[in-house]
Design a protein around this ligand. Structure first.
Ligand SMILES: Nc1ncnc2c1ncn2[C@@H]1O[C@H](COP(=O)(O)OP(=O)(O)OP(=O)(O)O)[C@@H](O)[C@H]1O
Ligand SMILES: [Mg+2]
Length: 353
């Protein structure tokens, strides 16, 4: 399926997406002018702190933020159609069929009263005209595909009979039921312990290779992004502040916020007790973000120019690498070593307790 002739083709193109929520306190600009692309078979990692707008952006792709208090603008082009213009029914056909989504908490997405197999069969039959027997066979195959042993028997069990990791595998099987072209995984491993997390990431990687689908993986953990992404978009306070290939973001990061994230990266070769570097301060209000660079209140390198709002554009990075920081690229190279110590690769202090 991973036809290399198709690999450079754009599957999804999000253009200047804005999602603003009207609340009693004011207008929450949860997503404020975000643009990105996902090519066929490509894995995009979207990373950023809690509240940066990652989930809202992705839920909006599937039309799941169309609440009465939301104002949505921009374009979401998927295979030639603008998803923001589709009606509920058309969107539902795309959802779970061409674009599937998995969430952080598999229990909240699986119905506790129905057998896992029946839920899978239903997911298959919603979009496909196949007999129950065919659907059951496909469901069993899917459970096998996601690494659930003894799938034939387990298909008759209830969600609570599965461990957290196994439930997340079931959710992935469910998402794959109709061969989606794009899979959006929102914090797919956050609720899992470290070992299970690693197993699920392996699985995601393997499935992507075998099935050749495109993926968006949303996470606040740059370590997760490092495992599986081709490209990375760093979000901060409703905006993308940096975007590039995995290597560009990891080895030539341009934005001080990305330096901060890299500095707080959990590393396998660090002692367990190591304290993670934290980015000082709190994310800004999305109702009244600071004028200019949204990160400037927390940025140790902010200067006068930062009261102007920087565009996301090529500044110091290679082609295809963009950022929203006014600091001179030459100066950035000096500063980021100080900020992150070899870009997040420094040995952290031990916690003495
Ligand atoms: N329906 C809504 N009405 C008002 N504000 C909302 C609504 N939905 C989301 N928000 C706000 O939008 C902002 C972005 O939320 P979002 O869930 O996208 O963050 P996130 O980056 O996914 O964070 P996390 O890492 O915690 O999942 C938050 O401040 C949230 O409170
Ligand atoms: Mg989220």
């Amino acid at each position: 399926m991973s036809d290399s002739a198709h690999s450079a083709e754009t599957l999804l193109s999000v253009e200047d997406l804005k999602v603003h929520f009207e609340t009693d306190e004011g207008i929450v600009k949860a997503v404020d002018g975000v643009s990105f692309e996902v090519k066929r078979g490509e894995m995009l990692g979207i990373v950023g702190e809690s509240g940066s707008g990652k989930s809202v952006a992705n839920l909006t792709i599937l039309g799941l933020t169309r609440a009465s208090n939301a104002t949505i603008s921009g374009r979401i082009m998927f295979e030639g159609r603008d998803l923001t213009e589709l009606g509920g029914e058309e969107l539902q056909r795309i959802r779970g069929n061409e674009i599937a989504m998995i969430f952080q908490d598999p229990l909240s997405s699986l119905h506790p009263f129905f057998k896992v197999g029946d839920q899978l069969i239903e997911a298959i039959q919603v979009h496909r005209d196949v007999s129950k027997e065919e659907a059951r066979k496909h469901a069993t195959d899917l459970l096998g595909l996601v690494g659930i042993p003894d799938a034939k028997r387990r298909i008759g069990e209830y969600p609570h009979e599965f461990s957290g990791g196994m439930r997340q595998r079931v959710m992935i099987a469910m998402a794959l039921a109709n061969d989606p072209k794009l899979l959006i995984a929102d914090e797919p491993t956050t609720a899992l312990d470290v070992t299970t997390q690693a197993q699920i990431l392996r699985l995601i990687e393997r499935l992507r290779e075998e099935l050749g689908m495109a993926m968006i993986i949303v996470t606040h953990d740059l370590g997760v992004v490092a495992e599986v992404s081709d490209r990375v978009m760093v979000m901060y306070a409703g905006e993308a502040v940096e975007s590039g290939t995995l290597d560009q973001i990891f080895y030539d990061p341009q934005h001080p916020y990305a330096w901060g994230l890299l500095g707080s990266l959990t590393r396998i070769d660090r002692p367990r007790t190591a304290r993670l570097a934290q980015i000082a301060g709190q994310p800004p209000s999305l109702i009244r973000p600071p004028k200019g660079c949204h990160f400037r209140d927390r940025c140790p390198h902010a200067f006068e120019k930062c009261t102007e709002h920087p565009d996301l554009e090529a500044r110091g990075g290679e082609a295809g690498h963009t950022d929203r920081c006014w600091i001179d690229p030459e100066r950035k190279r000096e500063l980021r070593v100080v900020s992150t110590g070899e870009i997040g690769l420094e040995a952290p202090e031990e916690v003495t307790s």
